[in-house]
Design a protein around this ligand. Structure first.
Ligand code: SF4
Length: 290
């Protein structure tokens, strides 16, 4: 197939673009998202939540290319056979592109790796992981202007569907290109890849030789998100453009959706933001220790 903008061969079917026009489309989409949703100022200090997977590496790469002051923050959950490999890739990447990297770990916070916690307690891996990861990211990104994550159109369309399928009306409005707020003690989170799909990000990563290892977390198959992901992928294979349409419609109605009015206080144990007396991470610490 021919590129829709020139006579060269297209490397993707949707959009139908050759390599050069695809790179241009990809980077322009990120620039437009940043400008339209006021995600990052040119002089912002940007902390990127980096796992070493394609989404975070591409986020780091493009933000650096656009001239932003980027720093990488990784969380080592302690997932054997997986995280040590992605952290190694991340370290190599950060050295190559001269990006400062900080690694915080579950072990430092809890005294145990995620694997050790799950051996002792019958808890869902992603619940424990998500709670401590959010906590550590917020804590260690303090002092930066924004925390950029590698969430993409697939992740965000899944999040919209997950909230709908679970009828979680109080958090329906939560997904979006810009979430969190410094006023509430949470760093502003921004998602420059919001309108780009997994496939587009993978293509960009391969073109730039950014990612060579495609391993997934071994716990991913047990997650609710994985079931919604498969459902959405199956539907989108028959109806191309579905994921982006879900996001466009969602953003149109987002302002009218109910939002949570939870009061944000400081956790009396650790001082981090909390919606009650004690934050979710400190509550989880009690659960895993008793
Ligand atoms: Fe953590 Fe679950 Fe993601 Fe694995 S799949 S990194 S356990 S949230």
């Amino acid at each position: 197939m021919q590129c829709e903008k020139c006579d060269n061969r297209a490397i993707l079917g949707d959009p139908l673009l050759c390599k050069d026009h695809f790179i241009c489309y990809f980077e322009e989409t990120i620039k437009t998202t940043i400008a339209e949703y006021d995600l990052i100022q040119q002089d912002s200090r940007v902390c990127v939540a980096a796992s070493g997977g394609k989404d975070s590496l591409v986020t780091l790469y493009v933000l650096k290319k656009l001239g932003h002051d980027v720093h990488a923050l990784a969380i080592d959950e302690g997932i054997g056979g997986y995280r040590e490999h992605t952290l190694l890739d991340l370290q190599k990447f950060c050295t190559k592109y001269d990006i400062p990297l900080k690694i915080a770990s579950f072990k430092e916070l809890t005294g145990n790796t995620l694997d050790e916690i799950l051996k002792r307690k019958k808890l869902h891996a992603c619940t424990v992981c998500g709670t401590f990861r959010r906590y550590l990211l917020n804590k260690h990104a303090a002092g930066f202007d924004v925390l950029a994550t590698g969430h993409n159109a697939d992740d965000e369309a899944q999040a919209v569907l997950m909230n709908l399928l679970r009828a979680q009306t109080s958090i329906l409005a939560r997904p979006g290109p810009k979430t969190g707020s410094e006023k509430e003690g949470f760093i502003q989170r921004v998602k420059p890849l919001y309108f780009l799909t997994e496939k587009e990000i993978m293509t960009y990563a391969i073109i730039h030789n950014i990612l060579l290892d495609f391993t997934e977390c071994p716990n991913v198959t047990t997650s609710y998100r994985a079931r919604v992901r498969d459902l959405l992928n199956e539907y989108a294979a028959k109806h191309p453009g579905t994921k982006k349409r879900v996001l466009e419609k969602f953003l149109r109605i987002r302002a009218a959706l109910p939002t949570s009015n939870n009061q944000i206080d400081s956790c009396r144990k650790c001082g981090e933001p909390a919606t009650g007396d004690v934050c979710a991470a400190c509550r989880m610490l009690v659960t895993i220790r008793t």
